[in-house]
Design a protein around this ligand. Structure first.
Ligand SMILES: C[S@@+](CC[C@H](N)C(=O)[O-])C[C@H]1O[C@@H](n2cnc3c(N)ncnc32)[C@H](O)[C@@H]1O
Length: 253
């Protein structure tokens, strides 16, 4: 599709949502199957309208939603095995988790986000698009430590790698992995995380690109598994719980 959707929508109170100039790139057809493409288009439209009105997406992002956000997230699907359980922490308005759910109906996806405004939007989108394989959890990643594990824990623009490891690895199943979208700083972030990786028995981080020929530049991904699935750093889960409850006692947010 290359039609420009440039329209205002009227809300029940009579106010107008801003126009949504959405031009879907042709490459999207190679990323989403024809039956899922309409879902990707509708989600993009919702981001450009309700997402902007509710302050979930900056107005300047609206015209570049497809390239910078939707396709950039969708290409992460190449790093996720078939039928995996996926937890997307700090998903915000659903990036990359909701896009993955659209691109990959075989995945079971849990979207974790602490802010109510965002989880309300997510739940509405999930219901409208009929994404029955998606669960929306309002909370911090740490709230799930010791309670849930997943094959893959994704994230985008959530925290520097060391902090991300602390939030994500307790959610990673013994044979699973953290799969995080990162920028140019990934090498430095890995260097700064060496002690953590060693202490918690994580494997050597792999850095690779996905989406070559679809997004420019391609998306940089870091993947971290457990060094030995038989010796998962289980102490991490109780330790993380202790940190969380200490923080709770001190009344920190
Ligand atoms: C910069 S936004 C990125 C949102 C989305 N991933 C994206 O790429 O557009 C970071 C998100 O992480 C969430 N967040 C911060 N700390 C978190 C935590 N400990 N657990 C889960 N989410 C967290 C914030 O509420 C926010 O929505």
């Amino acid at each position: 599709m290359s039609d420009d959707v440039s329209r205002e929508t009227q809300r029940p109170d009579g106010s107008l949502t801003p126009p949504a100039p959405l031009s879907m790139p042709e490459t999207a057809r190679g990323v989403f199957t024809s039956d899922r493409l309409p879902l990707a288009e509708r989600y993009t439209e919702l981001l450009a309208t309700e997402g902007v009105v509710r302050g979930l997406i900056g107005p300047r992002e609206a015209p570049r939603l497809w390239d910078r956000h939707i396709l950039n997230s969708a290409v992460l699907a190449d790093a996720i095995p078939d039928n995996a359980t996926v937890c997307d922490i700090g998903t915000g308005a659903g990036l990359p988790g909701l896009v993955l759910a659209i691109a990959r109906p075989d995945l079971s996806i849990t979207l974790v986000e602490p802010l109510l405004r965002r989880t309300t939007f997510l739940s509405e989108v999930v219901e409208e698009l009929g994404l029955s394989q998606v669960e929306v959890v309002r909370g911090r990643a740490e709230d799930l430590h010791g309670a849930r594990t997943f094959d893959i824990v994704t994230s985008r623009a959530v925290a520097p790698l060391e902090r991300l490891l602390g939030w994500s690895m307790p959610l990673v199943a013994p044979t699973g992995a953290l799969v995080a979208m990162k920028g140019q700083s990934v090498t430095d972030e890995i260097a700064e995380s060496q002690q953590f990786l060693l202490t918690w028995k994580c494997g050597v981080p792999e850095v690779f690109e996905v989406g070559t020929g679809v997004v420019d530049p391609p998306t940089t991904v870091v993947r971290v598994a457990w060094a030995d699935p038989a010796q998962v750093g289980w102490p991490l889960a109780p330790a993380a719980r202790r940190r969380t409850s200490r923080r709770g006692r001190r009344g920190e947010k």
